[in-house]
Every structure is written in structure tokens, then in C-alpha cells.
Ligand binder design. Structure first.
Ligand code: BGC
Length: 378
């Protein structure tokens, strides 16, 4: 998908994939054809709605018979999230109260990472307790409110922002599953960055929350406990390893600015250790999911970072590689089935879940984000 016409197609295709994945209630399916991914994640949806938020600035798209702008879609997702959260307010308030008293977490009273489009929990057994999702959702909602000049905040959104922010502020030190829904006993640095971004957003939306001290405590904790011996951000407290999701610490979470020396060192180590031969970025060195191939959305995330530090040539190179990974129909999969870190694990995952998720909706969102950011750079 290299020439300009093909790239335009991938741009349109990405919008198409995203809008088609949205359900009547506002949820975005993570992948419309993979049974385990026919849920809506806070994490995926936050980036999807952000892509539509910034894309909507250039005008609205026609969709079906009606004029369904990108903002309308993003707004419906935020409404869906607010509904999910508000419906669980009693349980979340209990969790906040327990955390404040130093009592153990009751998982039933926490937010899940993913919900069915009707807002119900999915089957038991998924590693649902993940704090990055609600954090990055608050960030995305704030971006939407700013960009679409949405004031005053709808009452249900205000309630959900208030509740989610207090929930995250009470739980931020609690171990949870990471961006990849793994390592539930660890405290993950990219999770803390998402929580930081979410609290920052909530504070801007509702200054009465007084979250500044908690945000400072999170940044201080990361700088004291979240670094590797060589001074990079670490995958989790106590590990000497990086993870592709650490790009988010700066882009977009701004726990530090993108050109911060720690961030620069982290990106350099990600490039050194997680770049796949032939292109793409691995999630982490020990990844075995579908054999541990390179992820397109992580490569695009890195391109987004390079746009932010004004390294346009590298961003363009990655964008072109990512576009080349689209199949004949223009779909972008979750990962590339080449240069696998652990080839023996490929077949067992296919047997368990079917082929690699394709299209992966938040991968298309990352593509849109990079396209828009590159245009803004011109
Ligand atoms: C990834 C998550 C993602 C989910 C749905 C999982 O395999 O690890 O980051 O949210 O898929 O796309």
C-alpha cells in the first residue's frame, strides 16, 4: 500500500473499519470477526475515539445515509463508557472506600477491561483488572471535550469522570494486569502513565477534584521506582526490561515530555531490543502470543512519537511500512506473522482463538492518528 492513492485508500478504509465496528449503543468491537475480541475495551476505544476526535477537526465524513461525523461517533463511545461506569457506581464507591481504609481489593467491585456492547460483563476468566484503560479513557474524553468545544459537560459524563478519577486515585499503587493483559502481580509503568494522564484530564475538567498531589506522587514514584539500572523507564517496578507500551509514557500521557532524556533512552532501547528484522515493534522480548510477532500498532505508536520530536523522516518510514502490512482488502491485523520471537507458540494460539485478529480496530486508529499528526506537522 505504498503509493499516495493506496495510502488515501487506507485512510478511508481505516475510517470505514472503525465506524463499522461501532455498535448501536456506542461500543467499538476490538475486532469484528474474532469471537474473543467482540467486546469493547476502554483502552482500544480511548485511542479509537481520539483518532476520530482529531480526524473530525478536518470536517465530517458521510456515513451511510446520514451525516455521521467522526465526532458523533466518538461522542457516542464516551457516552457508552459513562453509562457503564455510572451503572457500577455503588461497587466502585465500595472499592474506593476499601482502598482508603487499606483493605484488600474485591475484584467484583472493580471495572473490567472490556464489556459486551450491551454493557454487561463478558465470560469469567479474562484478566479484567487493568487500570490503564479507565485512565486513558479519561484522557481521550478530555481531548474530545477540548476539540469539540463541548461545554458544559453532560451530567452523566461529569459523574463518570468524578467517579473514575477518585477510583484511580485510590487504586494507582495496586498491582494489575498490564496493557497486554498479563503480569497481574506487577505495577506497570505504562499503566501508571495512563492513570497520570487520566487524573490530569479529570483535574482539568473538574478542578474541584484536587488531584495534583496524587499526580505528583505518581510521577515521583515512577522516577524513583520505575527505572532500569541504565535509566530507562522499565516495563514494571523491579524489572530490567522495556516494553513497547512505554512509548505512551510521553506519547500521549506526558508523564514526561517526549524529549526528556529518560524517554529518549527508553525509545533507544525499544528500537534496539524490540525492533523486528524487516520492520515492526515487538511488545516485549519474551512475548509468545501468536508466536510473538511484531505489532503494527506499536510501530505506528513509535511513528507518533517521532512526529512529536520532529523526526519526520523516521515517522514516514514507519508509516510506509505499516501501510505495507495491510491485506488486499486494506485490513490491518494485530501482528505480523513473520520474524516471530517464539514460532512454536503460533499454531496453539490459532487453534485456541482462530487466525490473528484482522482487522484490529485500534490499529486502524493508530494509522489515522499518525496520518493526522503528520499533516499537522506540515
Ligand atoms: C491486547 C490488548 C487489547 C486487546 C483487544 C489484547 O490481545 O493485549 O492490549 O486491548 O487485545 O484489542
Amino acid at each position: 500500500m505504498r503509493n499516495p492513492g493506496q495510502c488515501e485508500n487506507l485512510y478511508q478504509k481505516s475510517l470505514d473499519v472503525i465506524l463499522k465496528a461501532q455498535q448501536p449503543g456506542g461500543a467499538y468491537l476490538a475486532c469484528p470477526v474474532m469471537p474473543d475480541y467482540q467486546f469493547s475495551w476502554f483502552r482500544d476505544g480511548a485511542y479509537i475515539s481520539y483518532a476520530l476526535t482529531i480526524d473530525g477537526q478536518r470536517g465530517s465524513v458521510m456515513w451511510g445515509k446520514s451525516r455521521a461525523a467522526q465526532w458523533e461517533s466518538a461522542g457516542r463511545f464516551h457516552e457508552w463508557c459513562a453509562r457503564i461506569i455510572n451503572r457500577r457506581s455503588d461497587r466502585l464507591e465500595r472499592t474506593i472506600a476499601r482502598a482508603r481504609q487499606g483493605l484488600a481489593l474485591v475484584l467484583d467491585d472493580t471495572l473490567n477491561a472490556r464489556y459486551r456492547p450491551d454493557g454487561e460483563e463478558g465470560p469469567q476468566g479474562w484478566p479484567e483488572f487493568q487500570l490503564d484503560g479507565p485512565g486513558i479513557w479519561l484522557w481521550s474524553l478530555h481531548q474530545y471535550v477540548l476539540t469539540a468545544h463541548l461545554r458544559p459537560l453532560p451530567v452523566a459524563w461529569e459523574r463518570a469522570v468524578d467517579l473514575t478519577a477518585r477510583y484511580l486515585a485510590a487504586l494507582w499503587q495496586t498491582p494489575c494486569h498490564d496493557y497486554w493483559e498479563e503480569r497481574g502481580g506487577d505495577v506497570h509503568i505504562s499503566t501508571l502513565a495512563s492513570i497520570f494522564a487520566g487524573l490530569n484530564a479529570a483535574q482539568a475538567l473538574l478542578p474541584r477534584l484536587n488531584l495534583e498531589a496524587t499526580m505528583e506522587a505518581i510521577r515521583d514514584f515512577v522516577l524513583r521506582k520505575g527505572l532500569t539500572p541504565a535509566g530507562e523507564f522499565s516495563k514494571a517496578v523491579g524489572l530490567d526490561a522495556v516494553d513497547g507500551s512505554l512509548i505512551s509514557v510521553a506519547t500521549p500521557c506526558r508523564l514526561v515530555p517526549p524529549d526528556d532524556p529518560i524517554m529518549r533512552r527508553t525509545i533507544a532501547r525499544i528500537e534496539r531490543e524490540l525492533s523486528a528484522p524487516g520492520g515492526g515493534i515487538y511488545r516485549y522480548r519474551e512475548d509468545t502470543y501468536y508466536g510473538g510477532g511484531p505489532w503494527i500498532l506499536l510501530a505506528l505508536w513509535l511513528a507518533w512519537y517521532y512526529v512529536e520530536v520532529n523526526e519526520r523522516a523516521r515517522a514516514e518510514e514507519i508509516l510506509a511500512w505499516a501501510a505495507d502490512q495491510a491485506d488486499e482488502a486494506g485490513n490491518l491485523p494485530e501482528q505480523v506473522n513473520r520474524s516471530l520471537l517464539s514460532p512454536a507458540h503460533y499454531a496453539p494460539w490459532v487453534a485456541q482463538r482462530g487466525p490473528i485478529a484482522n482487522p484490529l480496530v485500534w490499529c486502524h486508529a493508530k494509522y489515522l492518528i499518525v496520518r493526522r499528526k503528520m499533516e499537522d506537522m506540515r
